[in-house]
Design a protein around this ligand. Structure first.
Ligand SMILES: [Zn+2]
Length: 479
């Protein structure tokens, strides 16, 4: 125990050193880019060798199932230290109506027995993931109980295989010439995302800087990119993505914002130019990499918990009403809150950065998926902050801009009101720090693909959300 405390003290000391150093471009002059052959491109198909796939993960649970702790252990066979990818062949995703009384209880029971896991959900339905061997069984149960459902995804592995195809040769050649490998035609590995951020800092040193604010549990950098015209009285906006590992559209969208603002800064609106932007596209890099290498549907970070149960839900680990409703104290749960508030290096680094920053943050926006919601505090309980009308009004304007630009409909409301209580979220904490406009945005889609959104969606989703972000910027500038 003592050594643990020592570790924490050492970590805090290291963090203080890191935080007190100025924002600088990390890439030293003359430093070479990684060679192409060191970069793994996604493979088109499976890794051919068969994998053992008894289990899978769950997501934000439906209200009824919130505190139930299904023990879900992703089983992988390790050979030659290469973890095997989890295979979801035959797993299905159903959208289940919960309007009939008792439906939530039935779903909760199935979940406790580890026969299903929940993905997204709202007040009238829940999306559930069903293992191949129990599809018939669950069908019978729902028929018997007269619970309506639609099969949304018939074979999850098929969708995963089609989701993120490799780039074609022309595109790869372009990547080589550009000096970074980032595109919005693919869900990229962390190395490409960070390489892109460093490239921008090197290319536009007068407005862009990159800084690592700490390390993830497995030792990966936690990188933030800042865009600023350097004026000292600017308002600031903090934007993050990838708190939940499997929500790939989130880092893709946030990096698209970075791309737009960085590459077109000179011709950007005065609103955009007049704000100090802080982007942290991958808050959970360990989890993100894990979704690429082992389990496409991993949600939490990768810190070992109890026995075979790994990971904390970073969006239950923030310190405003930590440990309240909609968060679990079981390390095996998909919504495990951690051993205490900010027990995780990722949430601790993020919160310390915001707290110790001299930036004048007026807005905090965290991108998740899926469901198309624009959510504001509070999440911890069915309550709203005194100025919620301002958040509601701006949220509606952002949703309107999104709809006008790309046609997607986003619902606006408080997290607890529109969905269900979930304590320990980053938006609640940001709000508690006095950051007025604090939102969680659940990106596309509304369930057809869920987390496994094909790459063709990246640009449309990012573009329409950029329109929403511009509305937020103009409000921030006005105040
Ligand atoms: Zn999420």
């Amino acid at each position: 125990m003592g050594s643990k405390r020592q570790t924490v003290v050492l970590f805090l000391a290291a963090l203080t050193v890191v935080l007190s150093s100025p924002l600088i471009n990390e890439l030293q002059p003359g430093e070479e880019w990684p060679q192409r052959n060191s970069v793994r491109q996604p493979v088109a198909d499976d890794q051919t060798e068969q994998t053992l796939t008894e289990d899978f993960s769950t997501d934000d649970p439906a209200p009824a199932a919130v505190v139930e702790d299904a023990i879900i252990v992703a089983k992988t066979i390790e050979r030659d230290h290469e973890p095997k990818k989890i295979d979801y062949s035959g797993s299905q995703v159903w959208q289940v109506s919960t309007t009939k009384s008792g439906a939530r209880q039935v779903i909760g029971r199935l979940r406790r027995r580890n026969l299903i896991s929940t993905w997204g959900g709202n007040q009238s339905s829940v999306d559930i993931l069903i293992k191949p061997n129990v599809v018939e069984n669950i069908t019978r149960v729902f028929k018997r109980e007269s619970i309506d459902y639609n099969v949304v995804i018939e074979d999850l592995q098929k969708r995963i295989n089609e989701e993120n195809p490799p780039l074609d040769n022309d595109e790869i050649e372009l990547q080589d010439r550009r000096g970074h490998r980032m595109t919005w035609k693919q869900y990229h590995r962390l190395e490409d995302i960070y390489g892109f951020m460093d490239y921008l800092a090197k290319t536009y040193p007068s407005i862009i800087s990159v800084k690592s604010i700490g390390k993830s549990f497995e030792g990966r950098d936690l990188k933030i990119l800042r865009i600023s015209n350097g004026k000292s009285d600017n308002k600031a906006v903090f934007i993050d993505g990838g708190i939940h590992a499997r929500e790939w559209i989130s880092p893709a969208t946030v990096t698209y914002f970075i791309y737009q603002f960085a590459e077109y800064f000179d011709v950007e609106s005065d609103d955009i130019k007049g704000i100090d932007w802080y982007f942290m596209p991958v808050v959970n890099p360990d989890g993100y990499e894990y979704t690429h290498t082992v389990d496409r549907l991993w949600r939490k970070n990768r810190k070992p918990g109890y026995r075979a149960c790994t990971g904390t839900d970073l969006n239950r680990n923030f310190g405003h009403h930590w440990g309240g409703k909609g968060a679990s104290n079981s390390p095996c749960s998909e919504i495990y809150r951690g051993s205490n508030a900010f027990s995780e290096p990722e949430t601790l680094a993020l919160s310390e950065f915001i707290k110790s920053s001299a930036a004048n943050f007026s807005a905090y926006v965290t991108y998740h998926s899926y469901g198309q919601y624009m959510l504001y505090p509070w999440g911890y309980d069915n309550a709203v902050p005194p100025d919620y009308k301002d958040l509601d009004n701006l949220g509606k304007k952002m949703a309107e801009a999104i709809s006008k630009t790309g046609g997607s409909q986003y619902q606006v409301g408080s997290s607890s009101g529109l969905l269900y209580p979930a304590a320990g979220g980053s938006d609640d904490w940001a709000k508690s720090q006095g950051i007025k406009y604090s939102y969680t945005i659940e990106l596309s889609d509304t369930g057809r693909y869920g987390f496994v959104l094909p790459t063709s969606f990246i640009v449309p989703v990012a573009k329409e959300n950029l329109a929403g972000l511009r509305v937020l910027a103009s409000q921030v500038i006005k105040e």
